[in-house]
Design a protein around this ligand. Sequence first.
Ligand code: GLP
Length: 266
Amino acid sequence: MTHPTRSFDHAGASVLVFGDAHAAGVAAAVAIASAIRSAVAARGKAVLGLATGATPEPVYAALVEMYRSAGLSFAEVSTYNLDEYYPMGPLDLQSYRSYMHRHLFGHVDLAANRAHILDGTVPEAFAARHAADFDRWIWADGGLDLQLLGVGRNGHIGFNEPVDLPTGEALSLPTRMVDLHPTTRADAGKDFGGEDLVPRRALTMGIAPILAARSILVLAFGPSKADAVARSLSGPVTSTVPGSLLRSAPGRVTWMIDEAAAAGLG
Ligand code: GLP
């Protein structure tokens, strides 16, 4: 079952509400497979922005299943992940590089030199240059056909945390090093064996390259995301709720959420 139980337009975005996370995950995988096929047909390649966290796990499971039994190929796909902790070794269990290997890269025919993740081992003095290069790689690859996103409980997207900035400046934020918000570090504590062990910084794709994607698919599941979903879709467009900045891309954003995450939408 990949059909939403209900759908509506809200503040320029399309909102699809599903019975559970699994159904939404399968629907997201179907949308990603369709984006891959049409980009490959049109340009000979597809460029995806990918996300980590618990939320996209059912999406990757469904994509791997489609690779194994439905003829979906990643041979002409390039991927750019949203973020990585800093510092972080690629083989560390908590790295997003190893997460992506476990959930997707290790199971499909995606070329290793087309699976791009910000490098948590880059020397600190070169981190800014590495982040700027990452944006140039995306641009040189023709831009993102589709960006997959989750949302943090505090409304963050990628690791673009709530900050107090004029909206125009927030919309222009490039890929860069950031300090992690206390809520983000508290939530990540379960993966690191305690909040104190969570890195204090991360590299994140910026708001500008996320918003430049030709389509954006945002997933959110469970009651803990209801407030972030409601504040992203209603109320002011503000850097203090990074998810609300997605309203600057009307017509290009689809939210796939469950009933619990939709609870605050009225
Ligand atoms: C993490 C990631 C985000 C993710 C979010 C939600 O910290 N950096 O990209 O979307 O927080 O995570 P989860 O899906 O586990 O709730």
